[in-house]
Design a protein around this ligand. Structure first.
Ligand SMILES: Nc1ncnc2c1ncn2[C@@H]1O[C@H](COP(=O)(O)OP(=O)(O)OP(=O)(O)O)[C@@H](O)[C@H]1O
Length: 341
């Protein structure tokens, strides 16, 4: 009740399951730049600019944006490493920067670009240290370790010093480390960076399982949009520290006015198919590619083509999210430029 009481102070009606909560959060960095001999220029960088969102318990949400958008800064504020310059932030009812240690027992963090494991020690020794650091009850530790070792295929790696592990092996080791103490929320910052296709698939499958089995809330930052496509039904897009989109992944396509592609195999080579609003964008022998608005029904289009053309096979390709997001950025920038001029 203590935590709910604390949330209640706001005077707003909060959902019980709002596990992560940001309200007008800002982070401004003071940057000093040397501009000449004895000359320094002071500048402010608004890394996070009035961001508000809530994430419910058990949700798996993608947090994406271009380089320098403010993603890592947000994650650092959510762990308590950085203190916000303004706004209100709570994770499990806790103010992260004020009670960083208390929160540490409830969150797990994986930074793809750096490890939380002890570099020179065998993997198992890092886990033993975490067992003590987080004061994980012995039975729970054993149980979690066994389960994580099995799910992440770590048995053969436990006695190997971390520095000798491949990137994919180390990443799996790091993910296990982040989950040993049963965190309720997991922040993942580029968890599949640099991994090969098989390792990526393993990590994604594991994350899906953890989320489904334990109800772990996951906030996922990545440049790999397949991570998002395969794991998250909701996605938040930020740029220049501001929230640009928060909603279902499918909606992102609509915002970006994207197109889907219908690939049809005909019995023989024929002139380009006439099926507006779809338009033929490529022809290779009897195969034709037709682009059509993502919001249009593929079934209707297929039925029309099948009625008029000798169809052998077909497939529908979803739009490339990367292109959709790039288009969104361009539209935003052009809009801002128009507003200025
Ligand atoms: N400690 C700091 N001091 C000054 N500026 C900073 C600091 N940390 C981040 N910034 C600036 O804040 C902005 C947001 O950075 P942040 O690392 O949060 O972006 P990001 O979205 O995580 O980018 P990337 O995808 O490249 O990791 C950038 O302009 C960055 O240069």
């Amino acid at each position: 009740m203590g935590e709910l009481g604390e949330l209640g102070e706001l005077g707003t009606v909060m959902q019980d399951d709002a596990f992560i909560e940001l309200d007008g959060v800002e982070k401004v960095f003071d940057v000093r730049k040397k501009t000449g001999f004895l000359k320094r220029e002071r500048r402010q960088v608004r890394a996070v600019d009035s961001i508000s969102f809530t994430v419910a318990r058990g949700e798996m949400v993608g947090y994406i944006g271009p380089n320098g958008a403010g993603k890592s800064t947000t994650i650092k504020m959510l762990t308590g490493i950085l203190t916000p310059s303004g706004g209100r932030l709570r994770v499990a009812g806790i103010d992260p920067s004020r009670e960083r240690k208390r929160l540490a027992h409830r969150i797990g963090v994986v930074f793809g670009q750096r490890t939380t494991l002890w570099w020179d020690l065998p993997l198992i020794d890092s886990y033993k240290l975490m067992h003590r650091m987080y004061r994980i009850p012995d039975g729970r530790y054993r149980e979690n370790l066994d389960r994580l070792v099995e799910l992440l295929d770590l048995a053969a790696l436990l006695d190997v010093p971390v520095r000798q592990l491949s990137l994919g092996q180390r990443m799996r080791g790091d993910i296990a480390a982040a989950l040993l103490h049963d965190p309720e929320v997991l922040y993942l910052d580029e968890p599949t960076i640099g991994l090969d296709v098989i390792s990526k698939a393993k990590v994604r499958e594991f994350l899906r399982e953890v989320n489904a089995e334990r109800g772990t809330t996951v906030l996922l930052t990545t440049h790999d949009l397949q991570d998002i496509e395969q794991l998250c039904s909701r996605v938040m897009v930020i740029d220049h520290g501001r929230m640009m989109y928060d909603g279902p992944l499918a909606g992102l396509h609509e915002v970006g006015e994207s197109e889907r592609t219908l690939v049809v195999d005909l019995e023989r080579e024929l002139p380009p198919i006439d099926a507006a609003p779809a338009r033929v964008v490529k022809v290779e022998g009897p195969r034709q590619w037709l682009a059509f608005p993502a919001g249009e029904s593929a079934a209707v289009l297929v039925a029309r083509i099948a009625a008029e053309y000798p169809l052998v096979d077909l497939s529908v390709r979803e739009p490339d999210i990367e292109a959709v997001i790039a288009k969104m950025y361009v539209e935003q920038t052009e809009g801002a430029e128009r507003a200025v001029s």
